[in-house]
Design a protein around this ligand. Structure first.
Ligand code: HEC
Length: 159
């Protein structure tokens, strides 16, 4: 099962403005496959890694979707806010991203920013209990996730 991360305060933008990085103590994508507590340490993901953070985002989006199907605006708001407020990648992961992308880094940062902004709009629409707007902004949010993957996932795939 996916462990849903708790919302965190959105930290002030660091010099680079790279706002990627999610929660430490919450689930990674690996948790979907129910890792044994005794799993070898080598398989543990770095909390500051993109992959770990993405697992958290997937959980947040699951929470958001569950809210859609249940007419639960609070769940929608909570899921969207967790996406918007995700923590930062670790300094070493940031170095890897920077070294891999070079001049394309600003595009990556912009893609992250677009997702952040769309998630905030979903949360606002949920607060206003405006389902039509929630759906519209959720579609934009999902496109933001997928378009970053289309452009950068292959290059940045971690271990
Ligand atoms: C700024 C770019 C960017 C954005 C925005 C982004 N992702 Fe990702 N995502 C990546 C990259 C790069 C990877 C590959 C990471 C790796 O394999 O180390 C990835 C991988 C993933 C994975 C696979 C993780 C795994 O275990 O292999 C999931 C799930 C995921 N993202 C979910 C999301 C969701 C949900 C959103 C939107 C809420 C999102 N991502 C937004 C860049 C992004």
């Amino acid at each position: 099962m996916i462990h849903l991360p708790k919302a965190h305060a959105y930290p002030t933008t660091a010099a680079i403005g790279l706002s990627l990085a999610l929660l430490a103590a919450c689930g990674s994508a690996e948790s979907e496959t129910v890792a044994e507590p005794s799993a070898p340490a080598a398989e543990a993901l770095e909390p500051g890694s993109l992959k770990f953070i993405m697992g958290g985002l997937a959980g947040d989006m699951t929470r958001l979707s569950a809210g859609l199907w249940l007419d639960d605006f609070e769940a929608i708001r909570a899921g969207a806010t967790a996406v918007a407020d995700h923590p930062h990648v670790s300094p070493s992961e940031l170095s890897r991203v920077r070294a891999t992308l070079g001049e394309r880094l600003p595009l990556f940062v912009a893609a992250d920013r677009a997702v952040h902004d769309a998630a905030q709009r979903v949360a606002q629409a949920a607060e206003a209990r405006d389902m039509e707007r929630v759906l519209r902004e959720t579609a934009t949010l999902q496109s933001g996730c997928v378009s970053c993957h289309a452009r950068f996932r292959e290059a940045l795939k971690g271990d």
